[in-house]
Ligand binder design. Structure first.
Ligand code: ZN
Length: 246
């Protein structure tokens, strides 16, 4: 099998952005991601595949498609003054606000060596969580706490940076279980602590606004790494300090 050349499918021609300049910008970006064999799920960041100016071009493209959605919903955007600019407003909100964490690079984080050899439990939170579910694009609003057990090799980052990094991960269409793992992995790579705990408590508007319409339901989940996994007393201390049941 190995000596058979892979047949070149006609669409591979279109995968070359240079060969098909008339393709929508999303197709050009997608082709680059696929060529790099990378994932582009809703909660992945694709900023490294965007060239300067392409986010504006994507915004135009999404606005055009959103206009089509409104038309298919039989909304009179021509004479209804409330909806004349809705397609562009929604496109702008998605690409530059609520899902911005897909399209912009990670916010810069200055890491400081742990010069004082701090090795006491450190808690950051609550950090406000604003996201939307990948299933319905309905808002997810909640809070997040981070517990860290630094060691002498850990890097320390400024307090506000925890919120910036969390916001970058959360401002994508998300699934709470995956979001919290993404936050934990990002922090593990930046801080390299002995232990890390992340707890997220969130309201899922797809349960309030539609579906079961249960306005009281919240989802709480946690990720524990390193010493927080091994040390039950540390885990209890963290959970009691953030006021959660162990
Ligand atoms: Zn949902």
């Amino acid at each position: 099998m190995a000596d058979h050349p892979t047949p070149i499918a006609p669409r591979l021609v279109a995968d070359d952005p240079m060969a098909a300049p008339d393709l929508p910008v999303s197709a050009r970006v997608r082709a680059r991601i696929q060529r790099a064999r990378r994932r582009f799920n809703a909660n992945d960041n694709i900023s490294e595949f965007l060239e300067p100016g392409e986010l504006d071009a994507l915004l135009d493209e999404v606005a055009g498609k959103m206009q089509g959605v409104l038309e298919s919903m039989v909304i009179d955007t021509a004479t209804d003054h409330n909806t004349q600019e809705t397609a562009r407003r929604v496109a702008k909100m998605y690409l530059t606000e609520v899902f911005r964490g897909r399209y912009v690079a990670q916010p810069p984080v200055t890491e400081f060596p742990n010069a004082e050899y701090l090795n006491e439990l450190m808690i950051v939170g609550p950090i406000t969580v604003r996201s939307a579910c990948s299933h319905h694009l309905c808002p997810i609003m909640g809070r997040l706490w981070i517990g860290l057990m630094p060691n002498e090799h850990s890097n320390l980052i400024g307090l506000s940076k925890y919120a910036r990094l969390a916001e970058w991960v959360m401002s994508r269409p998300q699934i709470q279980e995956e979001a919290i793992v993404q936050v934990a992995e990002l922090l593990m790579s930046k801080v390299t602590p002995d232990g890390l705990a992340v707890v997220m408590e969130a309201d899922h508007f797809c349960m309030h606004w539609r579906g079961v319409k249960d306005s009281g339901a919240k989802m709480i989940n946690s990720v524990m790494r390193g010493s927080f996994l091994k040390d039950a007393a540390l885990r209890r201390e963290f959970l009691s300090l953030i006021n959660m049941k162990a």
